[in-house]
Write a protein that binds this ligand. Structure first.
Ligand code: SAH
Length: 245
């Protein structure tokens, strides 16, 4: 029986892959990868390595998680070195925990390899620090993708009154609702918001606005995209470095 490396691929820029992730990719007999993992990484694999794509689109899962779990398990029965390559970090809305539990229940050995999460690195490439002395003392990473039952919000909006930076992943299609909810709990309409699309890649694009106007400005940006809400967004005026104007 093989061993599975539940591996973070980083947010896009291939150079943000960790040294450890690169090592297991080079040694892999099979790589099971996501839509969000930069496909350039696969070129680092050895000759004869098998590739299995289990990509998920933003709004629908092309493969249900249960089938992905099973595909990883089957790969571990067949091969010695199995790499499960996931965008960003495996534990940040990456379902790495579920995959680990599935494998543990079947006595498959595994390791987790952390990755650079988009939640922090994508704002960083846009010149937006998630914390900044004198501006904010904490940040939250929240899913913008809620359960299908629209009447029941899982997000405790009332908790978001503080000045924490809020980073919404998987939220672009709900940008309008998110802004409305934040205004609804008392945040000023002029409160700064950024939407960053394809962060850390050559196609990266950042749009800055307010809770009131960001939807109109950013609604057509391509995914993957994340939303940053907070005063730290203004620091981009001084810290922008990556995107060409
Ligand atoms: N485990 C991943 C996140 C998975 S959820 C991580 O740690 O980064 C997928 C969401 O991440 C997307 O919907 C988007 O909001 C965000 N995301 C991932 N890569 C991104 C990128 N390059 N640019 C902008 N957002 C990104």
């Amino acid at each position: 029986m093989g061993k599975v490396y539940l591996t973070g691929a980083g947010p896009g820029d291939i150079e943000l892959l960790t040294v450890k992730a690169l090592r297991v990719v080079k040694e892999a007999d099979v790589i099971i990868y996501d839509r969000l993992a930069n496909p350039e990484i696969l070129k680092e694999a050895k000759n004869g390595c098998e590739f299995i794509y289990v990509g998920k689109e933003d709004s629908h899962h092309t493969l249900p998680q249960e089938e992905i779990n099973e595909a990883i398990y089957q790969a571990a029965l067949k091969y010695e070195n199995v790499v499960r390559l996931k965008g960003g970090d495996p534990f940040v809305f990456g379902r790495g925990g579920e995959e680990g539990i599935y494998l543990r229940e079947r006595n498959i050995r595994f390791e987790f390899i952390p990755g650079v999460t988009s939640a922090i690195a994508v704002p960083e490439y846009a010149g937006i620090p998630v914390t900044h002395r004198g501006i904010t003392v904490s940040f939250r990473v929240v899913t913008g993708h809620e359960s299908k039952n629209k009447d029941q919000s899982q997000i405790p909006w009332e908790n978001y009154k503080s000045d924490d930076t809020i980073i919404f992943l998987m939220g672009l299609h709900r940008l309008k609702v998110i802004c409305r909810k934040l205004i609804g709990i008392g945040k000023p309409k002029e409160y700064p918001v950024a939407v960053i699309s394809k962060g850390t890649t050559a196609e990266a694009k950042t749009v800055v606005g307010t809770l009131e106007d960001i939807y109109e400005k950013a609604k057509d940006l391509p995914t993957p995209a994340l939303i940053v809400v907070g005063e730290v967004v203004k620091l981009r005026e001084q810290l922008s470095w990556f995107e060409k104007a």
